[in-house]
Design a protein around this ligand. Structure first.
Ligand SMILES: [Zn+2]
Length: 206
């Protein structure tokens, strides 16, 4: 799976933005990682930056695209300099140097996990199941008292493993270019929608 900063604001991205922050528009921001900033830890990164340099935090959504598969909005914080410039100071997992960002004035970081919002860009059971599996994993990780735990969360294997296996199976299938009418990744010879499809449907509709 390879998500990137969308090179263009496509129709699907406009739909996603309308869903997460109605009426708001997105803009491209430069990524200028701070020396001690940590990947995926935008909130503490921005808080530390404000201590050092002033300015303030703005929350919103970073937009990602898995080309031809899905678009995704991730809750994210960027730093606003004392001069009012928006800068993303959090380093990116694949070293992207720009992000597409939509401010969301209604939300502030309250210490709870806000899951990504994902939308398929093609009508395919593999993509729908991949999105459902990703959502189910975040739900299980944050169920009940786990939502208050920070860092490594321990989750019983029987709850999480089937979902992780499904997500990995689906991610691999999609990365190989398979569609739901192609033969299943498991090499049974039948189509995904008749092979692993129905059992994943059952697992993911729980
Ligand atoms: Zn199969």
């Amino acid at each position: 799976m390879k998500t990137i900063t969308p090179p263009h604001i496509t129709r699907h991205i406009q739909k996603l933005i309308a869903k997460v922050v109605p009426g708001q528009s997105a803009s491209y921001l430069t990524v200028q990682p701070e020396p001690n900033a940590v990947v995926n830890e935008c909130f503490p990164n921005v808080a530390a930056k404000i201590e050092r340099s002033g300015g303030h935090m703005i929350c919103g959504w970073q937009i990602w695209e898995w080309p031809h598969v899905m678009v995704e909005a991730e809750f994210h914080a960027v730093w606003v300099s004392p001069e009012g410039q928006f800068v993303d100071i959090t380093p990116k997992p694949h070293g992207e140097d720009t992000i597409l960002f939509v401010p969301d004035a209604r939300r502030a970081y309250a210490g709870v996990v806000i899951d990504n919002v994902r939308m398929p860009v093609r009508d395919d059971l593999l993509v729908r199941h991949f999105i459902k599996a990703s959502e189910a994993i975040v739900k299980v990780m944050n169920r009940g008292e786990r939502s208050a735990q920070y860092g490594q969360v321990s989750v019983p294997a029987h709850e999480i493993e089937p979902l992780m296996m499904a997500q990995s199976f689906l991610g691999q299938s999609i990365s190989l270019g398979l569609r739901d009418h192609n033969s299943c990744l498991c090499r049974s010879g039948s189509k995904y929608k008749r092979c692993h499809g129905p059992s994943f449907e059952l697992l993911l509709s729980k």
